[in-house]
Design a binder for this molecule. Structure first.
Ligand SMILES: [Zn+2]
Length: 417
């Protein structure tokens, strides 16, 4: 692979607070950025990360290694092949049923899943968690492909997988089979918990299986507009009398932002006390929630990120589906997700802190706490944007975007000039 040269002058680069483990001694502007002098050694590792000697900004902005904490690469790029003309959740479910009825070949799954990883890699993703449809008749070919890709991409992207299926399908022998499969692949258990009459039983079964097989959990919870937070409440009630040893991540949690304000604060506080982490999926839920054909929506579909953050809940932002029947948007680019998430959820925190939601905070939720920040002596993994302003850069107003891994430029986006 041809590599491009790194910019020669990194003596006054704007860097976000989120990228450095100890921000003491640095001076940050209102966007949460500081001017840094960066230097690499001959082996592509950080030799210097220090406050710049000048207050005259250079032409580069540097961002930390990126994380995609929630995607579905098994379904990626199916939008045109399996269209969802209704654009809603039920239409998407019908479209995937139709597409899977013909059976998926290993070649098809491999090509789409690997293309997703290529995109993520070129956009600076070092750690990626994908959910994989795991209904009784759907374990293959995707788990086989996942195992092969995990091996093939080792050293480039750290991969995690979650076995995903309707919560009721964990019952009986298939639940046991999934417990063994997850343990074998180092994967998580991730049912989709619907707010139906079986919710309590499905939550109990999820925890019982995960505890017995030693698995962490990342469940799709409250992806609806009911405004009751039924899934979150049921999980909190369960944990109040049945402790669980693994990590618990709840994805989506849309319905929480429809609860009454006092209820949101109370549930957020209980989530914080229970040590839950949350992954919000702004692009997917802007697209799927509050969809009433012909009408313009007024609810944004995202969870109550600000209230959760105030209650010390780690909240990351994920891209969810990419160019499939559920979500036609998405190119495995955490910076696009960050921009859309800040806009959708009114994340008014400084951008230099918010970037942690697609880097350090996301990595911590995924149990890979060393990813997402720079340390002297470690490989220099970063995104460099030649841009005057960080908001402009995330809006596409940049001359170049370079993905740097171990000190080498592995991808470049920008004007050809
Ligand atoms: Zn999802």
């Amino acid at each position: 692979m041809k590599t491009l040269p790194l910019p020669a002058d990194l003596s006054a680069v704007r860097i976000p607070r989120a990228a450095i483990p100890d921000p003491g001694g640095w001076t940050f502007d209102g966007d949460g950025f500081a001017l840094a002098e960066l230097a690499l050694d001959g082996g592509g590792r950080w030799r210097n990360i220090a406050p710049a000697a000048t207050n005259q900004a250079g032409e580069w902005i540097a961002l930390p290694p990126l994380v995609e904490p929630h995607t579905h690469i098994d379904k990626a790029f199916l939008r045109a092949r399996a269209p969802n003309p209704e654009h809603d959740f039920e239409g998407a479910r019908r479209a995937i049923e139709r597409d899977r009825a013909g059976g998926w070949t290993l070649e098809d799954a491999m090509a789409r899943m690997e293309r997703a990883l290529e995109l993520a890699w070129r956009r600076g993703v070092m750690l990626l968690r994908t959910h994989i449809d795991s209904q009784p008749d759907r374990l293959e070919p995707c788990w086989q492909v996942y195992a092969e890709l995990r091996r093939r991409w080792q050293g480039r992207i750290t991969l995690q997988a979650v076995a995903s299926l309707g919560g009721g399908k964990l019952a009986g022998e298939h639940g046991e089979r999934l417990g063994r499969l997850c343990r074998e692949h180092g994967a998580l258990l991730g049912p989709v918990l619907y707010a139906d009459a079986d919710l309590r039983a499905n939550v109990a079964r999820m925890f019982e299986l995960a505890q017995r097989f030693g698995l962490d959990i990342d469940a799709h919870v409250d992806e609806n507009n009911h405004g009751h937070g039924d899934g979150l409440r049921t999980i909190l009630d369960h944990l109040a009398h049945a402790p669980f040893d693994g990590r618990i991540t709840l994805s989506h949690l849309c319905s929480l932002s429809r609860c009454e304000p006092q209820e949101i604060e109370l549930l957020a506080r209980r989530a914080g006390e229970a040590g839950l982490a949350v992954i919000a999926l702004p692009v997917a839920n802007l697209h799927l929630q509050d969809r009433d054909r012909g009408n313009t929506p007024y609810w944004r579909g995202v969870t109550a990120i600000n209230a959760l953050a105030r209650a010390d809940v780690d909240v990351a932002l994920g891209g969810d589906n990419s160019q499939d029947m559920f979500v036609p948007w998405g190119a495995l680019d955490p910076l696009a997700v960050l921009r859309d998430g800040m806009l959708a959820a009114h994340l008014d925190e400084p951008l230099g802190d918010a970037v942690a939601r697609v880097s350090a905070i996301a990595a911590r939720i995924l149990g890979e706490g060393t990813i997402g920040q720079w340390r002297i002596g470690e490989p220099a993994d970063l995104t460099l944007l030649r841009a005057a302003d960080p908001f402009g850069a995330l809006s596409g107003d940049f001359e170049e975007r370079l993905t740097v891994r171990g000190g080498k430029v592995i991808a470049r986006l920008g004007w050809e000039g």
